[in-house]
Design a binder for this molecule. Structure first.
Ligand code: ADP
Ligand code: MG
Length: 648
């Protein structure tokens, strides 16, 4: 059905202007029920006339001046239940509840004025008989609308409900099975007033919620009296709790936003004399009236700007305790004032109209419950956001480094994130330590190579001198010309001088360039004969290579200064022989020195071997020289690889 607009504007729209303002008045709409069949039979006339959609004119029966009341909306008897639902602004409250506000809709008015009808429709015609859909009240329509809204939100929402009544100043749980027992109303700083041990039922469908409502309605106390055949004898509060996860969630651990939408069906005020209540009915009526009086008193005090800051006696009744937040706190409140058009009810109607028009001047300060994060100081909030951003970056990096990391469980990912930085630091330190160790090893290897090179050089030099000394002291009839290579200075590139001065005798054991050619035909002319002129093979001894020399190549008798492959091979063989662990005997077998005769050098097994060989060569040279020059042998203490070699 089309919503009937008003020239003054939609009352729901006035709520949409923002309840988040500092002061928001209670929204009040008026519903005038149609004349009942009994009233029409009595021929009663309506004393109420709607003027526009927001003003009600009251014509006193005595012919006095009309009194006008203005509300957010005035809905006459011709309006359907759907009209009321659409015009009263309850959907706006539902939206606010979804955003976390605490919202209340309550009906108020004389007994029999249509409060229960407006909220839940006509009383059920029998046990388990549902209210016809077209007569369903604000509550059922709001439930359907809300659940549909939740379905389209796309965010997880948890819905729960509680239903209680205040009967004779006792709070009873309408959703608990068994005999009704009074529940205490308590107060704390975070919740305000609340009912202890109240059953709160989670539901997931409209059907489940409807069942809960029907269960509560059937348990609610009602009695028949002259003004209402199904008069509610208690105030009933059905509350929907809406827990909604914000989208997108700032943090997975963030508590959900919790809103409330409470429907309050007040028991009607009644004149005991008019209703003819006796006994228990009278007692109930007195309780109802007392609590309504307390409600009126609180509203009066809330209206007084001076007294609003002072104490409001919400504790005077259970009803005012439970409506305290809706009336004077941080809630958003909608009052549906219900009146009867009957002239007989006019005094109560006027009382209700005055009451309602005063109530719409009561203001609240609507406030959505803040999440714990919102309560943090700004600095901490910023810090949290930065950490969350960093966390997101690290998580994405972790996913890039380990593609399988996305498949890890949340706990393992969290553990890895926590330890990633520490692990990185440990790896850096380990790398640094290994780098240092590597450079130390490299320097000690270079040092060992240098020592090895010096020793090889000294060995070679001694061998050369030994050869020279032997040739000098062999019996020789004629004066032998001194070998020119003996005194020849070493070239800077080649540590050792050539064995003889002939141009083909250039083989350097260090750089492996050929310094000597063992097949050189001129060698026999210039090098003194050490072992005699001839060998068993018929070759001149001087032309023969020493045992450690590479085999002679007859083709190289010429003077090929270009290094051939065989040259390189010989050089390599020569160097290998020098580096070999076994001492290659040159001429006479070399005596082996004691194991500790030479200092321990780093650089592998070849180095001490070379040192021993050097020592042996020195001994050989010394003995040769002594034999030739009749010199006394040097003392043992002067033997050292580092000592200056005696001139040959
Ligand atoms: P209250 O709760 O205020 O005491 P009820 O809601 O029980 O009053 O209504 C009293 C009687 O009036 C019920 O029989 C109900 O069906 C009827 N009634 C109330 N309002 C309307 C309405 N707008 N249209 C039709 N019947 C109504
Ligand atoms: Mg009622």
């Amino acid at each position: 059905m089309e919503e009937r607009g008003s020239p003054d504007g939609d009352p729901a729209r006035s709520l949409e202007q923002g309840p988040e303002g500092p002061e928001t008045p209670i929204q009040v709409v008026l519903r005038v029920r149609p004349m009942s069949a009994a009233e029409l039979r009595r021929g009663e006339q309506s004393a109420l006339h709607c003027s526009g959609t927001r003003t009600l004119q009251v014509s006193p029966p005595g012919g006095g001046p009309d009194v006008a009341f203005r509300f957010g909306a005035v809905l006459d008897g011709a309006r359907t239940q759907e009209d009321v639902f659409r015009a009263c602004g309850v959907r706006r409250l539902g939206e606010l509840a979804l955003r976390g506000f605490s919202c209340t809709v309550f009906t108020f008015g004389q007994t029999g004025s249509g409060k229960t009808y407006t909220l839940t429709g006509p009383p059920p015609q029998g046990e388990g008989v549902p209210v016809p859909p077209n007569l369903a009240g604000i509550m059922q329509r709001t439930f359907a609308w809300l659940l549909d809204r939740v379905r389209h939100l796309g965010a997880p929402v948890t819905l729960r409900a509680s239903y209680l009544e205040i009967y004779n100043e006792q709070v009873r749980d309408l959703l608990s099975l068994g005999a009704p027992r009074p529940l205490p109303v308590r107060w704390n700083k975070t919740q305000g007033f609340y009912v202890e041990q109240l059953r709160v039922v989670e539901f997931g469908s409209l059907g489940a919620l409807m069942e809960l409502m029907q269960m509560g309605l059937s348990r609610r106390r009602s009695s028949a009296h002259s003004l209402n055949q199904a008069s509610s004898r208690s105030h009933a509060l059905l509350t929907l709790y809406i827990s909604r996860q914000t989208m997108p969630p700032v943090d997975p651990g963030e508590p959900p936003v919790g809103g409330k939408l409470c429907f309050v069906d007040l028991a009607g005020s009644e004149k005991v004399a008019a209703t003819g209540s006796r006994g228990e009915l009278m007692l109930e009526a007195n309780s109802i009236n007392r609590s309504l009086l307390a409600l009126g008193h609180c509203i009066s005090l809330l209206l007084d700007p001076q007294r609003k800051q002072s104490h409001i006696p919400f504790r005077d009744s259970k009803l005012t305790k439970l409506l305290a937040d809706s009336l004077g706190g941080h809630g958003v409140t909608l009052m549906v004032a219900c009146v009867s058009p009957s002239v007989q009810c006019l005094p109560e109607t006027l009382s209700t109209l005055r009451y309602a028009s005063r109530a719409q001047r009561v203001t609240t300060r609507p406030q959505a419950p803040k999440s714990p994060m919102a309560k943090q100081p700004q600095r901490l909030e910023m810090e949290i956001r930065q950490l969350q951003e960093e966390n997101r970056c690290l998580r994405s990096q972790l996913g890039q480094v380990h593609p399988k990391a996305s498949g890890l469980s949340g706990a393992r990912v969290a553990w890895a994130q926590r330890n990633l930085y520490g692990m990185l630091q440990e790896f850096m330190l380990e790398n640094e330590r290994l780098r240092k160790e590597k450079s130390q090893l490299q320097s000690s290897r270079d040092q060992a190579r240098d020592e090895q090179r010096v020793l090889a050089q000294q060995v070679h030099e001694l061998e050369r001198r030994l050869l020279c000394a032997c040739s000098l002291h062999l019996p020789n009839p004629g004066p032998a010309p001194p070998c020119p290579c003996v005194m020849a200075p070493a070239r800077p590139c080649h540590a050792l001088p050539p064995l003889c001065s002939c141009p083909c005798c250039h083989l350097c054991p260090l750089c492996r360039a050929p310094l000597a050619h063992w097949a050189c035909p001129h060698r026999g002319l210039q090098l003194p004969q050490v072992f005699g002129p001839k060998t068993p093979g018929g070759l001149a001894l001087s032309a023969q290579p020493p045992p450690w020399a590479p085999p002679c190549n007859p083709d190289s008798a010429e003077f090929p200064r270009e290094r051939s492959h065989s040259d390189w091979t010989r050089t390599r063989v020569l160097a290998e022989m020098l580096m070999r662990e076994e001492v290659v005997p040159s001429a006479p077998p070399l005596p082996m020195g004691p194991p500790d005769a030479s200092p321990v050098l780093r650089g592998g097994a070849a180095v001490p071997n070379l040192a021993r060989r050097l020592e042996a060569l020195r001994d050989q040279i010394g003995s040769s020289l002594r034999r030739g020059r009749s010199q006394p042998p040097p003392s043992e203490g002067t033997r050292s690889p580092s000592r200056v070699l005696p001139p040959c």
